[in-house]
Design a binder for this molecule. Structure first.
Ligand code: GTP
Ligand code: MG
Length: 196
């Protein structure tokens, strides 16, 4: 697909598999810590400022939200993890909700793990990165808020983080939703893994 976004629309919110839309097209999910910038990244990626609700208050996205892109792909905004102040029942629901999702989406072709370039790969992120292949899914590692660094500093940070997790620096994508860079590289990765 040439990534001209002609249609980007909300489809539905779900907490359980019975609420998911039919798995009739490839699907890419976006996971990461609460407040890291997942929803902003989806908006930037599809060039719509307000498709997905964003917030300064962490823990905003608490359900699994499905978006239809060009009738060819679903983009899925997953609720964030790792925010201490959400009520216990919300936090306890996260694991089963995500596991249920990973277990019930045969059309899922990629998991974008969104991280903050300043914070790097934290324990929960690493767990998600390691878990994805067990469900037959390739993780795509994206470090957002890269605009918080100078050009040189962010490349240096990328090499540092790659070394930490024993990956090739080229596997780590730098992103900024506010400044709008990293979009093409991420689309390339998604296209490659999802065949769209
Ligand atoms: P939850 O739904 O609560 O898990 O959060 P989220 O991961 O969806 O984060 P969201 O997109 O709502 O963004 C959180 C905050 O980070 C907002 O204040 C955004 O404006 C800000 N933000 C997101 N992306 C970027 C970025 O690339 N650069 C900068 N500087 N700020 C960003
Ligand atoms: Mg969100």
């Amino acid at each position: 697909m040439a990534w001209k976004i002609e249609k980007a629309e909300f489809v539905t919110s779900a907490v359980e598999p019975k609420g998911y839309p039919p798995p009739d097209r490839p699907e890419v999910a976006f996971g990461g810590r609460s407040n890291v910038g997942k929803s902003s990244l989806i908006n930037d990626l599809v060039g719509r400022k307000k498709l997905v609700k964003t917030s300064k208050r962490p823990g905003r996205t608490q359900t699994i939200n499905f978006f239809n892109i060009n009738d060819e792909l679903y983009a899925v905004d997953l609720p964030g993890y790792g925010f201490a102040k959400v009520p216990d029942d919300v936090r306890d629901a996260w694991g089963p909700m995500i596991e249920g999702y990973l277990n019930h989406r045969p059309n899922l072709c990629a998991m974008v793990v969104v991280m903050d370039l300043r914070r790097g790969v934290e324990e929960d992120d690493f767990e998600l990165i390691m878990a994805a292949p067990l469900f037959g899914i390739q993780p795509i590692l994206v470090f957002t808020k890269a605009d918080k660094f100078s050009r040189n500093k962010r490349q240096q940070r990328r090499r540092e983080l790659a070394r930490d997790i024993d990956a090739d620096p080229g596997e780590l994508l730098l992103y900024s939703s506010t400044r709008g860079f990293g979009r093409d590289d991420l689309w390339k990765r998604i296209s490659y893994l999802c065949g769209v």
